[in-house]
Design a protein around this ligand. Structure first.
Ligand code: FES
Ligand code: FE2
Length: 355
């Protein structure tokens, strides 16, 4: 027995089926631009940072020539994860058997390789991927044949600039990390509607006007946007008055969220990453203008933490509900949840690529 309706979501088993998860890695996460790091971690020649693009471990390195390069963070010998954390290096040496790579990814030396007559050092460099920046934000794409970051971002930098944020003026403040017992799409779809805000996020709804007609939704080829002005001119849980007169919440497909709250110069950005069929890892990098009042930042972060905790309950209970096996899909509200429909169309298109 299958129960579904006209305005159905994608099937619920897509939210836990390992075959779908595998296809998403192959056709989405290995082929798209994703936020991975910020330039503050990569300021000097020799700086490196390990990160990920979906399930692909990534290391981003600033070379001696000052160029940023990104590689699959996997030793070409027998698969050891090459780099951990962030720091500064002269070379990238694998801790397992000491194969040593130059900062440009080429294999410089491998102990005892002179005893192996056929050893093909030239072809054993780290596997490269695309890397590019927008302001302080570093993006990677494992697919070296993909289009440019600028193409993927489309109108997003213009919209952010018009909203009063100069991304080049932002300073990194802190990273927040979290894991959820839910499929990554549950997390993304929860992010994409504010239909739940009035009931599930009372504090957020005191600060932001979430009423239909005021809270605006827009769709673009590679991302979607929610605009939320402050409520009652900015009173409430934190001071929402300042140079930014309305909030912007963007989802860059597949899973990079970009957030601007009304008030002082602020920005947060980070990926939603599947780490299991029913497990999601997120990190969010917070940026502010360098001279922003610390108390304002503290109030803003308190609200964000509160909203995050409320969202955890929502996504984890949805994940359990999706496994009933009897209710096999959800029902979308075509207006209020328009951006979920947009996301699911992008998802289906991407999964269907190559038939
Ligand atoms: S796995 Fe890296 S040197 Fe052996
Ligand atoms: Fe929420």
């Amino acid at each position: 027995m299958a129960i579904s309706t006209d305005c159905s979501t994608i099937p619920y088993d897509w939210y836990f089926d390992p075959a779908v998860a595998r296809l998403e890695q192959e056709r989405i996460f290995r082929r798209t631009w994703q936020y991975a790091a910020h330039t503050g971690e990569l300021s000097e020649p020799g700086s490196f940072v390990s990160t990920r693009a979906g399930n692909v471990p990534v290391v981003i390195v600033r070379g001696r020539d000052n160029e940023l390069r990104a590689f699959v963070n996997v030793c070409r010998h027998r698969g050891y994860l090459l780099c951990d954390g962030a720091g500064k290096r002269e070379t990238l040496q694998c801790p397992y058997h000491a194969w040593t790579y130059d900062l440009d990814g080429s294999l410089r030396s491998a102990p005892r390789s002179e005893l192996e007559p056929g050893f093909d050092r030239e072809n054993l460099g780290l596997v490269p991927m695309l890397v590019d920046t927008w302001g302080p934000f570093v993006f990677v794409n494992p697919d070296t044949t993909a289009g440019t970051l600028a193409e993927h971002l489309g109108d997003l930098p213009r919209i952010v600039a018009e909203g009063g944020v100069d991304v080049d003026a932002l300073a990194f403040y802190q990273r927040f990390e979290v894991e959820y017992d839910a499929n990554w799409k549950v997390c993304v779809e929860n992010y994409l509607e504010c239909y739940h805000c009035a009931i599930a996020h009372p504090s957020f709804s005191k600060a932001i006007d979430v009423a239909p007609g005021t809270y605006a939704l827009e769709e673009y080829p590679t991302f979607s946007t929610q605009f939320g002005p402050p409520k009652n001119g900015g009173g409430g849980i934190y001071d929402a008055t300042g140079e930014i007169d309305r909030g912007q919440f963007h989802l860059l497909f597949p899973g990079t969220t970009l957030n601007v709250m009304p008030g002082r110069g602020n920005f947060s950005i980070g990926p939603v990453i599947p780490v299991g069929n029913e497990r999601t890892y997120r990190f969010l990098d917070y940026f502010f203008l360098p001279d922003t009042d610390p108390q304002w930042i503290a109030d803003y972060l308190e609200l964000d933490t509160q909203v995050g905790g409320e969202d955890r309950v929502l996504v984890e209970r949805v994940q359990v509900g999706m496994r009933s096996g009897i209710v096999t899909a959800g029902t979308l509200m075509p207006e209020s949840e328009r951006l979920i429909g947009h996301f699911e169309r992008l998802l289906v298109d991407a999964l269907g690529a190559d038939g």
